[in-house]
Design a protein around this ligand. Structure first.
Ligand SMILES: [Fe+2]
Length: 262
């Protein structure tokens, strides 16, 4: 990527809080992550004798084997080797540094999402409300999210809706609900960006940018992923003592459930 283009991306990110970079990765690299994720589910479909197309299999697993569905989801969302490899991809890290994060560090685990109304107990599991990521992270002022689809997205998949410029408002709440910092926000006061990105394209946005899920209207699973980077040399982040509000710990309730399963 040429220096001129980088300067443009950097100033666009500062001004709009969001940039779209088409074709940053090879399509195959991204498709392989999607296939690796599906493969984890396939192991359980085979084990349980669940047949049909992928959505039908997923729906059956969700309806009849909820614990297994949730466990597949948890492990895929946070532990897929292919996704970890992508999150430290040298070209990506170079880009992150060139965008101004002089000492980047991943402040949350890489995340992978597969959203569909059939595969959720309630709406907030497949359609996130207007929110800012920063409030749940308290990361550097220049922290960013790298978001990308694992499929070719159409509007019917309900891609993320961004509100360019809204990052300049600063944090709009200090409350989390279901892990999300839902914010009061007037959609009509800002432009709206809902990019129909393809496999290989990436969207980078400020963690302060207001965004929300789009609406799934095509009855397909929306596969997407995000990676979050904070800047350990951001003066404000240093002065605040590197806050890290995420917790990840084992649950006695789940241990009891699995060990004493009848
Ligand atoms: Fe978000």
């Amino acid at each position: 990527m040429g220096m001129l283009k980088l300067d443009q991306l950097k100033s666009d990110l500062k001004e709009n809080g969001v940039i779209v970079i088409p074709g940053f990765f090879e399509r195959k690299l991204i498709e392989d992550i999607q296939l690796a994720a599906k493969h984890i589910f396939q192991i359980q479909f085979d084990h349980l004798g669940i047949k049909g197309d992928f959505l039908a299999q997923m729906t059956q697993l969700f309806q009849e084997h909820l614990d297994t569905f949730i466990s597949c989801g948890k492990l895929i969302q946070t532990g897929l080797i292919e996704l970890y490899q992508l999150s430290v991809n040298p070209d990506l890290i170079e880009l992150v540094k060139n965008l101004g994060l002089s000492k980047p560090l991943m402040c949350t685990r890489p995340m992978l999402f597969f959203n569909h109304p059939n595969l959720a107990m309630s709406e907030h599991f497949y359609k996130t409300p207007l929110h800012q990521d920063w409030v749940s992270m308290l990361a550097s002022q220049d922290s960013i999210v790298v978001w990308f689809p694992l499929i070719d997205l159409e509007i019917g998949h309900g891609p993320v809706i961004f509100y360019p410029g809204s990052h300049k408002l600063g944090p709009l709440t200090d409350k989390l609900e279901n892990g999300f910092a839902e914010v009061p926000f007037d959609r009509s006061a800002f432009p709206k960006l809902q990019p129909e990105v393809n496999m290989g394209d990436i969207v980078i946005f400020s963690t302060l940018l207001v965004h929300e899920s789009g609406v799934i209207t095509n009855n397909q699973i929306r596969w997407s992923s995000h990676l979050r980077y904070t800047n350990m040399e951001d003066v404000d982040f240093v002065e605040r003592g590197f806050p890290s509000p995420y917790i990840n710990k084992p649950s006695q309730e789940l241990i009891d459930k699995y060990l004493h399963k009848k």
